[in-house]
Design a binder for this molecule. Structure first.
Ligand code: ARG
Ligand code: ZN
Length: 860
């Protein structure tokens, strides 16, 4: 069944209080839920109380203290008829955590018990109105074997604990803040914690703890997460005026987890990969990811928990806003420019393809079958861009006023995107009437820019087109804020940035006082999540790549230079001479980047990264993955040969910088591996020696992994040595073994598919751990040379995985459909193979709702 946004109705019953009692066991846990229910005066009255369930049967049901047989199942849900205004309803269920391979609801992970309830997991624990607009205060009592579960955690504050019979103990927790069921959490296990504290701006002392499994050595790896948490708490006070509101803030790291992490009130549950970090096992990228996700979940305490969502169509209300908040935080903690470039790279590499494919949806979707399928780059990352545009148009101060009004007005409520927009209109003084289209229309707008120069006047002719997407054939023009600057060719300077808002299908903007045609720098800072189409001379791109004072625009010019060249190369429209000229222009720009001592290495590293295969494919209506890959690699080889000496020198210089987490040292590590990546194409034998040396000398995971990544794609003997050494060194450390799988599945080695097939039967491979499944199969599915192997073998392996995984873990299985779903944008021979695999999946005798929905939309 399809759920539609327009069908929203308030729930007829309120549930102000809930008392849960858990008798914990890995094989069986008994749950008794006591609900205090009363009629919701704001809803249309109904005597029927629908309690959602998923795979549950009631052991018994009591109404007002007396057992009743007056209930009926409606599919998975339990229905009761209640005559009066207010009742108590008590339901007992028994669940089997160890058999819960979906990892939704209460499940077991390495002997510990933990929960994941967003979006609809609570209904796998007990019968309940499992929707975000039903807010309750929770009291949770749990008891269990004191040996197996020495630590018992739930949301809020610990109010009592004690010992029971037969070696059991119990704890009772109370969360004073009303919350929807998706924010419920419980953890029980043999855990140890790193502890610290934070005093909030109004003087509340908060006890902080990060829990990991006892005796794993993981505790030593929680320092960075704790520092990140403390920095997040401080930053949210300073920048958004948001203060924490409980005396305890707990985080638990869990190895088996479908997503990144979960913002349960006062008890965040995390995938271990976003908690654990030390120099020996985590790369610089891992450090950043830990900091970003810790911040993200913490920030949800306001944008998500204090103000939650009315229904799941409003998901971007909390996710888009919270992603923006974590992006701004990370920018403040490190390099703003580099962070912006990274965020745009994710948007273009993941969200743009989503927006142009069969799974395209607006940031506020209109319908879904399985809400888990809508935890997407569109809802999260484009959602963040949409709010960022409001911030750009309002300016920081007025944006803050809008946020303040939103939090003040909706604190304690389940709100909508419309509520947020209204608060922004009133608080920030914006008119967002037309801007609302950004919530409703899917598809990446395409803005065409043409510059005309006459006399001393420059005119920018702008037009926009929002492409048709599934279910949305016609689109209206949207307000698109574009920061632009006009550079004087002689001085290399501009006269100030302008913010243009293009809100019509076509518009023109004029600028006086230019006796010569300037160079246009458009969408500076990437103020709008759009694709820009513009006829720019190569010389102008080279100029901007060297002179633009906006670091994002400088990066953009560099990317455009490469994209334009590769597009032409792939289309076969370049003569040999033109191809050489194009490469020479790019090599010249890269040489300048390598030589420019105003650049720090973190930024230099960004400028060295070639546009991704995914982003390049996105530029073509129908892509030939083989040709794109070949041209991209050929360009890299050409650049590496032209600049071999420079890359070797860069590697040597960077290798001399000792390990630390300073920006300088991180930058050095970044360019060091970039240099190897180039050299691996230009001079593989030399690269092999250099990478092997880097591997052996490495005193940190960034260098080690960078070297191994390069070696994994080469065919010399060093590859085998390094892969075996790495495995022996780190076997037993799940997160590092994940990297070992990923590096091989993501490598440029010609036999990569054979390697993946063999790795699937490696003793360390398992379908029951989502990190491991992604490490092997997602790495392959996003490895263009492997996935798009002309034999169709890559497609077949992904489809086989989906079919095997779907019965165990539908949520994770469904994530693998999207790569196959791109078939319409791929050349016909491969498209037919991809489509055939989707049809094979569709024909399976039984599919989860998750996978079925994605496959149906992909074939659609
Ligand atoms: N709210 C979490 C976060 O973004 C994600 C939870 C997603 N869970 C799911 N089952 N899809 O921080
Ligand atoms: Zn989130």
């Amino acid at each position: 069944v399809e759920v539609r946004r327009e069908d929203y109705r308030p729930f007829p019953w309120a549930v102000p209080q809930v008392a849960l009692d858990f008798a914990l066991g890995l094989e069986e846990t008994r749950v008794t839920a006591l609900l205090d229910v009363r009629r919701n005066p704001a809803a249309e009255a109904s005597p029927v109380l629908r309690l959602n369930g998923d795979g549950l049967t009631p052991l018994w049901v009591k109404v007002d203290g007396a057992e009743t047989a007056g209930w009926v199942m409606d599919g998975p849900d339990l229905l009761l008829t209640l005559p009066g205004e207010a009742h108590s309803v008590e339901v007992a269920t028994a669940i089997a955590p160890a058999a819960n391979t979906q990892l939704m609801g209460l499940y077991a992970s390495n002997g510990m018990l933990c929960t994941q309830c967003e979006a609809e997991g609570f209904r796998r624990i007990t019968f309940f109105p499992d929707r975000p607009d039903v807010l309750s205060t929770y009291t949770v009592r749990m008891s269990g074997d004191a040996g197996a579960f020495p630590v018992l955690l739930a949301n809020g504050n610990l109010v009592a604990s004690g010992t029971g019979e037969g070696g059991t103990h119990w704890a009772q927790w109370h969360d004073p803040w009303p919350k929807p069921s998706y924010l419920f959490a419980l953890v029980a296990g043999d855990l140890e914690a790193r502890r610290d504290s934070f005093t909030t701006m109004s003087g509340r002392k908060v006890d902080l703890a990060i829990f990991v499994r006892r005796g794993t050595g993981d505790l030593e790896r929680t320092g960075h997460a704790m520092e990140s948490l403390i920095r997040s708490m401080k930053w949210d006070e300073e920048v958004f005026g948001r203060e924490y509101d409980l005396d305890i803030f707990n985080i638990v790291a869990v190895s088996d987890f479908n997503m990144g992490a979960m913002e349960n009130k006062g008890l965040n549950v995390f995938n271990t990969r976003y908690v654990l970090a030390d120099p020996e096992t985590a790369t610089d990228g891992d450090y950043d990811a830990v900091e970003g996700v810790i911040a993200h979940e913490y920030f949800h305490n306001w944008s998500g928990n204090r103000v939650t969502c009315r229904d799941w169509f409003q998901l971007s209300l909390k996710e888009g806003f919270t992603v923006l908040r974590d992006q701004l935080f990370s920018a403040d903690m490190g390099s703003e420019a580099v962070k912006r470039i990274e965020d745009v790279r994710v948007l273009r590499g993941v969200q743009f393809p989503e927006d142009s494919g069969p799974l395209a949806h607006p940031i506020r979707p209109d319908a879904y079958r399985e809400i888990s399928n809508f935890y997407t780059a569109t809802v999260y990352n484009k959602g963040a861009e949409v709010i960022r545009m409001m911030r750009t148009m309002a300016g920081q101060e007025r944006f803050r006023k809008g946020c303040d009004l939103y939090f003040a007005r909706h604190d304690g409520e389940a709100a909508t995107c419309e509520d947020f927009i209204r608060a922004m209109e009133e608080g920030a003084g914006l008119d967002l009437t037309q801007f609302r289209l950004w919530y409703a229309q899917a598809g990446t707008p395409r803005v065409t820019i043409r510059m005309a120069h006459e006399g001393d006047t420059v005119t920018l002719h702008l037009s926009q087109e929002v492409p048709a997407t599934p279910g949305q054939p016609e689109k209206q023009p949207m307000p698109i804020p574009l920061k632009v600057a006009l550079f004087d060719r002689q001085t290399g300077r501009h006269r100030g940035e302008e913010l243009l808002v293009l809100d019509k299908a076509q518009d023109s903007f004029t600028f006086g006082g230019y006796s010569a045609p300037p160079v246009l720098s458009a969408n500076r800072g990437f103020t709008a999540p759009v694709a820009i189409a513009q006829d720019v001379a190569t010389s102008d791109l080279v100029f901007l790549a060297a002179h633009d004072d906006d670091p994002f625009a400088r990066y953009e010019a560099m990317q455009e230079l490469v994209v334009t060249h590769l597009k032409e190369a792939v289309s076969g429209s370049l003569s040999d001479v033109q191809r050489d000229e194009g490469r020479a222009a790019i090599a010249g720009a890269l040489r300048a980047v390598l030589a420019d001592d105003r650049l720090d290495d973190l930024m230099r590293g960004e400028l060295l990264i070639l546009p991704s295969h995914a982003y390049l494919s996105e530029q073509m209506l129908v892509a030939d993955p083989g040709a794109i890959h070949a041209e991209r690699q050929a360009l890299r080889a050409g650049l590496a040969r032209a600049l071999e000496g420079e890359f070797v020198a860069l590697h040597e210089r960077a290798s001399a910088v000792p390990y630390s987490l300073s920006a300088e040292a991180r930058g050095a590590r970044k360019v060091k591996t970039q240099a190897l990546i180039y050299l691996a194409e230009g001079n593989p034998a030399r690269a092999e020696q250099m990478a092997a040396a880097q591997y052996r000398a490495a005193d940190n995971m960034t260098d080690r992994q960078g070297a191994l990544m390069v070696l994994a794609g080469l065919q010399g003997p060093e590859r085998t040595h390094a892969l075996l050494d790495y495995y022996t060194r780190y076997r037993g450390n799940a997160l590092v073994v994940d990297k070992w799988f990923s590096l091989q599945a993501g490598s440029l080695h010609p036999q990569v598919l054979a390697h993946v097939k063999a790795l699937a039967s490696h003793p360390d491979f398992t379908l029951t751990n989502p990190n491991r499944v992604r490490a092997l199969y997602m790495a392959m599915a996003v490895n263009p040379a492997a996935f798009h192997d002309p034999s169709g073998e890559g497609y077949r392996m992904v489809a086989d995985l989906i079919l095997q995984l779907d019965p165990l873990n539908p949520q994770t299985a469904a994530r693998f459909v999207a790569p196959l779903g791109r078939w319409r944008r791929i050349e016909p021979a491969r498209a037919a193979l991809m489509r055939a695999e989707l049809e094979r999946i569709a024909a399976a005798p039984s599919l989860s709702r998750d996978t079925h929905e994605q496959v149906a939309r992909s074939l659609g």
